[in-house]
Structures are given as C-alpha cells and as structure tokens.
Design a protein around this ligand. Structure first.
Ligand code: ATP
Length: 348
C-alpha cells in the first residue's frame, strides 16, 4: 500500500468507532490512504465489530478502495481509496448494528464526487443506543444537510431493534456541487414540543405510559407538548420515546429506547433529560449534530460558525481526525461538557 499513508490512533480522544468512520470518509474525499491502530480501544469490546466492518466494506465498495485488516475484532486497518462511483448499493450489517452510521460514512463522497444520484439500502438496526436513530436522520440530520445544499431523501422500510435488527432504511443521495457554510448561533425560546411514543410487539399501555411521562416532564419545565402513539411492526419488541423541538432553526430530535426490564417511564426520562438540557442551554445545535456537521462543513469553501449546547468528546475527537486529513482552521471556544461555538474558517 501507499507510503504517504496517514497514521491514526483509535485510542485517542473518544476512542470509539467514530474515528474509523470519519477517517474512511476523509480518506475517500482527499484520496489519502490511512493506517488506523488501536481501533475502538476505549470500548469494552474493542476492535472492529460487524457495524464498523460494514462501514469499511461500504467505504471500499463506493470508492473502489482496498483494505487490509478488515475482520471482526481487528485492531488495525489499512485503507486506500480509489475513485467514487454512484450507483445502487445494498449493505446488510447482519446484526442490529446501526444502519445510520453506515449511511453517514458514505453519503458525503457520493454527494460530492458523483454527478448522478445514488440509492443506498442498508439493513440492520434503525434505533440503536449511542447512535443516530432513523427519525433523527429524517428530522434533524437531513434538514441540516438540506441547509448545506446536500439533498438526501430518506425512507424507513421497517424498524429494527436490538437484538435481532432486521430493520431497513433507504436513502437517495443527490449530487452536490458546492457545500454551503452554516451560521447558526442563536435559538428562540422553545415553549412547545412534538414527538411520538412508538411501541412494537408490546402492549399499547407501554406506549401510553411513555407518552404520559414525556408530556409530564416537559410540562414541568414550561413546555407544552403533543405526543401521539405509534404502533410499529418489528422482528423483536422495542419502543422509542421521542421529542422534537420544531421551533428551533433546525428541529433537534431526542429519543429514549426500551430495553427488557426498563420501565416505560425511564425510557421517556432518557429523552426528556436530553431535551430539557438542550432547551435550558438556549443554543441552536444539539450535541450530536455538532459532531456530525463538521465533516461536510470542512468541504465548504465558506466560513461556518455554530453554537452547540454541549461540546462533546465526540466533537473534539472529530476535529482532531479532520486535522489529520484537511488543512483548515477549526476552533471551539467552549470547554468539553459545556456549551460552545465551533468555527471553521473560510477556505483560503
Ligand atoms: P462505539 O461502539 O465504538 O461506541 P460507534 O461506532 O457506535 O461506536 P461512536 O464512536 O460513539 O459510535 O459514535 C456515535 C455517533 O452517533 C456520533 O456521531 C454521535 O453524535 C451519534 N449519536 C450518539 N447518540 C446519538 C443520539 N441520541 N442522537 C443522534 N446521534 C447520536
């Protein structure tokens, strides 16, 4: 493989799968190969897991790339990209691994390096812990991408929950000739919320309890809400409690997920805790979008500035990963866990 290879250490910063996914995307977009060691060293089950391996395969498939070290449990990966090709791609994770993260690994090269749309179908989990869920992609992420000039159509064919997965999402990624910068530094007061309480393979009473708790928690903070019930069909039982603030410039989406033995009220509390912390911070960009926006914005010629309710380690780690591939001034003025503004300088 190529000698001018970028070296990355997967134990640095957040130490999870995001370093790998960002490196794959950046490598394809810059044409620079990389070697990643200590993959996911900070996780209890380190190394490549099926979801991460699918990201490697997907990145290599769309870019005619080569890789070495790509098997489950691998701690080292070499990746060398080729030329990106639009097309119809189907990726099956084979577990309940997050479909959203596979899509987020490949959408940007397909949008920026192709002159035809691509269709991507991914099977696996659609609502996973610690990952964007399908409805976050649809409500929040696709809306941000639209502001940046990247048009992505999304559809959930069926939901998939841990442990069986079996969910399926479909995305159409349209070509984008220029990414717009983003300036988003203020947020109006958030006094109303929407969302939903979804349940699959479980009694309606579980959905009702989630919805009641969401509304009660929000009302106690002065936020009026309307939370409809949704009954879904999935390969195994699951629930989602979701809150959306439609008054925000780009509506953020917060969710909690059911688990065996976890009370419906605790599922709603997971969503409510995050949503209320966001509302109280009076910042326009939620913590998850803050790390996900960075990659597309460094491929815009424009300057960007966005204020987030929480500077996370995912964000600071992503900045470090970007710096290995792209020479661009990126600054954050806040401390980790506090709110802060991310600034990306205009391309010189
Ligand atoms: P690992 O198993 O190594 O933790 P991973 O590959 O599943 O890895 P991370 O490296 O932790 O994941 O990256 C998770 C990504 O999912 C980040 O971009 C993060 O912002 C996003 N994310 C996590 N939780 C949410 C959420 N509730 N809503 C939206 N996005 C989320």
């Amino acid at each position: 493989m190529n000698d001018g290879m970028i070296e990355l250490d997967g134990s640095e910063g957040e130490g999870g799968g995001q370093i790998l996914r960002s490196a794959l995307t950046l490598s394809i977009l810059t044409g620079r190969p990389f070697k990643l060691i200590n993959i996911r060293a900070n996780r209890s089950k380190p190394g490549l897991q099926p979801q991460h391996l699918m990201c490697v395969r997907a990145a290599s498939t769309i870019s005619n790339g080569n890789y070495k070290g790509g098997s489950v449990g691998s701690a080292v990966l070499y990746f060398e990209p080729g030329a990106v090709k639009s097309g119809k791609y189907t990726f099956s994770i084979g577990t309940a691994g997050a479909t959203s993260l596979v899509l987020q690994t490949i959408y940007l090269p397909l949008a920026l390096r192709c002159d035809q749309p691509s269709e991507i179908i991914i099977t696996g989990g659609t609502h996973n812990q610690h990952a964007p869920c399908y409805h976050f992609l649809e409500t929040t992420w696709a809306a941000y991408m639209g502001r940046l000039g990247i048009s992505i159509e999304l559809e959930m064919i069926r939901p998939g929950f841990y442990p069986r997965g079996g969910g399926e999402i479909r995305a159409i990624v349209h070509p984008c000739s220029r990414v717009n910068g983003l300036t988003l530094t203020s947020c109006p007061e958030l006094t109303t919320a929407g969302g939903f309480s979804a349940y699959a393979g479980l009694p309606e009473s579980v959905g009702r309890r989630q919805a009641r708790r969401l509304s009660m928690r929000l009302k106690s903070q002065g936020v009026e809400s309307h939370i409809p019930l949704e009954e879904w069909e999935a390969a195994n039982p699951g629930t989602v409690a979701a809150i959306i603030f439609r008054q925000a410039p780009v509506p953020p989406f917060f969710f909690g997920l059911g688990e065996r033995g976890k009370p419906a009220e605790a599922v709603a509390d997971d969503a409510a805790d995050e949503a209320i912390a966001f509302r109280d911070a009076k910042c326009p960009v939620d913590p998850h979008s803050a790390d996900q926006l960075l990659l597309p914005l460094v491929f815009s010629p424009d300057a960007s500035a966005y204020r987030t309710s929480e500077v996370t380690r995912h964000l600071t780690t992503n900045i470090e990963t970007v710096r290995k591939f792209v020479d661009r001034m990126i600054e954050v003025d806040g401390e980790e866990r506090d709110h802060g503004t991310v600034q990306v300088a205009a391309r010189l």
